[in-house]
Design a protein around this ligand. Structure first.
Ligand code: PAF
Length: 282
């Protein structure tokens, strides 16, 4: 595995990487969820293609300095995981090498980013789109792999690729969960034991709504009430940031649920914000 930390070195390494080239963009603190992305990337690359993992805690997508500061950084462990999981090239740049001091161009998506995480994290998706496009330009992959846990992120990146004619195929990979159902996240390490034990209720809430929908309930209001009750029953202080039922494609509120939809939530435990979602067939 080759490790590079400067954008020009990444560009000059590309000629050694056989096609197809598959990109896995991450912010590090790699866990089983990322390893699932890597497995998917390897499947797409085949034996002879290449897998590139990027590891960059992108400052422009954090709206709170505290969140950026506390974001887990486990570089040594990440490098080892990349080595043992078939990464051909690991790109781990410093913020200074990724952003010019006077950088002034940003990618802004204007339809899918007003709701869910976009509503409470101003500028977050501008930061995500901008860094993802930069990583695409630097690594020139055939395809890139993203987790479905960040449902809105995946939808926004697909839209960016479509609208800006970015020649990269975007792949979504199913969320990896603990046995309890809690979605894996780098943020889980910041939960107290009590919060960690309580947090699987997020998944239970989404499953309850999913089951009711499968039994014929199409009222978004009732499905949301059902999920909200489960989360609000928390004895460990779970606080809903958002809980929304949206059309799966346009991410606009949908009621009744008559087309493929997504029920998505963000829940705070103290200062730790966890997200999860479930797709509801139309
Ligand atoms: O999902 C993430 O880890 C980040 O938002 C991404 C896509 C790597 C961009 O920084």
């Amino acid at each position: 595995m080759k490790l590079v930390s400067h954008p020009p070195d990444l560009r000059s390494s590309l000629e050694d990487l056989a096609s197809p080239r598959i990109l896995v963009p991450t912010m590090g603190a790699l866990h089983e969820g990322h390893l699932a992305l890597l497995r998917h990337a390897r499947q797409l690359a085949g034996k002879s293609g290449s897998v590139i993992l990027t590891l960059f805690v992108n400052p422009t997508q954090f709206d709170k300095a505290e969140d950026l500061e506390h974001y887990p950084r486990t570089l040594e462990n990440d490098i080892e995981l990349c080595r043992t999981h078939g990464v051909d090239l690991l790109f781990a740049p410093t913020p200074d090498s990724m952003y010019h001091p006077d950088h002034s161009v940003t990618v802004v998506e204007t339809a899918l980013t007003h709701q869910l995480c976009g509503a409470t994290r101003p500028g977050h998706f501008d930061g995500v789109c901008t860094i993802v496009l930069k990583l695409f330009n630097l690594s020139q992959p055939d395809a890139a792999v993203f987790g479905k846990k960040d449902y809105q992120q995946l939808a926004v990146i697909r839209r960016m690729a479509r609208d800006l004619n970015v020649p990269v195929h975007i792949e979504g990979v199913d969320t990896v969960r603990e046995a309890s159902g809690l979605a894996l996240s780098s943020r889980n390490t910041r939960l107290s034991e009590r919060q960690h034990a309580d947090a699987p209720r997020i998944r239970r809430a989404l499953l309850a709504a999913h089951a009711a929908h499968a039994h014929g309930e199409t009222s978004a209001r009732l499905l949301l009430d059902l999920a909200r009750r489960e989360i609000n029953a928390s004895a460990a202080g779970a606080r809903i940031d958002y809980l929304e039922l949206l059309d799966a494609e346009s991410l606009r509120p949908i009621d009744p649920v008559s087309a493929p939809a997504v029920l998505a939530t963000a829940v705070f435990y103290g200062s730790v914000r966890l997200i999860d979602n479930i797709e509801l067939p139309g």
